[in-house]
Write a protein that binds this ligand. Structure first.
Ligand SMILES: Cc1cc2nc3c(=O)[nH]c(=O)nc-3n(C[C@H](O)[C@H](O)[C@H](O)COP(=O)(O)OP(=O)(O)OC[C@H]3O[C@@H](n4cnc5c(N)ncnc54)[C@H](O)[C@@H]3O)c2cc1C
Length: 368
């Protein structure tokens, strides 16, 4: 009998296991793949966002701010590979002809939201100011020096090592197919194992809505957004681009926009798009996004690289935030639904937030 069973070893499940095991709880993690981060956590942009893009007051904004600060400190302490790229949210040169108001308005709104969080940033007001930061064609923008890009696999391995050192057990290659609910515990059934635990934490990413229903929790409506990436052949060394370059997107856009993403392995990507799962964005969309800032990019400089899918909770007011909720206290079920971007950046913040829920529950009940 474990105190806690976590379903899913994406980056959030791994951060949860570390946090809870280090607080003296016995923890089992059940994951269907043969290793961690084989779904959304391994197929994203790897950017450690500070919460600057998120709606002020949202859980996303708070947990990305708290989580990114912790994550960068943790990466420094553990020697996890990361690049201090900074992030330039820029207005491309061609916007002058199209009328600057849309981008300028988007930057103004970002600035207003971002300054609430004390994230250091500065305005860049001239093309030559932009070129001091990145060799692109843009009229200006906002620069956030603290944003980083991390090696996700290295980060997840380190979390798992810490969790195991504190006694957590990981069951890989174990898909949860059934969950029995008893008076004081859950029995989680996989094809080859059975795990009994008092608290069940559903961190199953794209399948969290299904796991919630399986665990007797609410039925959530979720939509799925696909993001494709193209690689710029020759990488950082050829294009000399070491900074994240994002377009200024209007508020409530479905994504933060197709951006230039340098990576720790020296590669350089253009992406992600944001489409329905069945629709791949055309190559022209990536070429157009790249040429806005780097007009010299040709079609054969771009090669399709990979795609990732994120789960977004569908709500009546159209706003999307993380849903992290204690659904039931006897036996306790905690759901994590719609953990889309910036879930990687927020992972350690989410882990602390869920730990508070578990500890409060434990205090109310005189122990787990
Ligand atoms: C294109 C794209 C770009 C993104 N860019 C960024 C970014 O730059 N920065 C950022 O912070 N965030 C980004 N994100 C979001 C980020 O990737 C996610 O928020 C984060 O990875 C979510 O992690 P997770 O652990 O919740 O989910 P997942 O990584 O999906 O993990 C869930 C795990 O649960 C397992 N599972 C599911 N069902 C079962 C079952 N029945 N039994 C056992 N195991 C099960 C799955 O196999 C999986 O391993 C991006 C996402 C996408 C798609």
């Amino acid at each position: 009998m474990f105190d806690v069973c976590i379903i899913g070893a994406g980056v959030v499940g791994c951060a949860l296991a570390r946090e809870l095991a280090q607080h003296g709880l016995s923890v089992a993690v059940v994951e269907k793949h043969d290793g961690p981060c084989k779904e959304t956590s391994g197929r994203n942009s790897r950017v450690i966002h500070s919460g600057f893009h998120e709606t002020p007051g949202s859980l996303k904004a708070k947990l990305a701010f708290d989580g990114s600060t912790q994550l960068i400190q943790y990466a420094e302490q553990r020697g996890i590979q990361f690049l201090r790229t900074g992030m330039l949210i820029a207005i491309p040169h061609g916007s002058i002809r199209a009328g600057l108001w849309r981008e300028a308005n988007a930057l103004w709104k970002l600035w207003k939201a971002g300054r609430r969080y004390n994230v250091p940033f500065r305005f860049v007001m001239t093309p030559s100011g932009v070129r001091k930061i990145a060799p692109i064609r843009a009229v200006g923008g906002i620069f956030l020096p603290s944003v980083c890009v991390i090696d996700v696999e290295h980060f997840a391995d380190s979390l798992i090592q810490d969790a195991k050192a504190a006694g957590a057990q990981f069951l890989f290659g174990s898909e949860v197919v059934q969950i029995a609910i008893e008076k004081n515990s859950h029995t989680v059934q996989t094809a080859n194992a059975e795990v009994k635990a008092r608290v069940l934490i559903n961190s199953a990413g794209l399948h969290a809505h299904e796991v919630s229903a399986m665990a007797g929790g609410p039925r959530y409506e979720v939509e799925f957004i696909r993001g494709d990436y193209y690689e710029l052949i020759g990488g950082i060394a050829r294009w000399n681009l070491r900074t994240l370059v994002y377009p200024a997107m209007p508020p409530r856009s479905p994504s933060k926009g197709i951006h230039f993403g340098p990576r720790t392995d020296g590669r350089l990507y253009v992406g992600p798009s944001a489409t329905a799962v069945s629709k791949e964005a055309p190559k022209e969309a990536f070429l157009e996004a790249a040429r806005k800032f780097l007009p010299e990019v040709r079609e054969d400089d771009l090669r399709w690289a990979y795609s990732g899918i994120r789960p977004k909770r569908v709500t009546k007011n159209g706003k999307s935030d993380f849903t992290i909720r204690l659904e039931r206290s006897a036996p306790p079920l905690i759901n994590l639904i719609g953990i889309d971007s910036p879930g990687l950046s927020a992972s350690m913040g989410i882990a602390c937030h869920v730990k508070e829920i578990v500890l409060t529950l434990s205090a109310l009940e005189g122990g787990l």
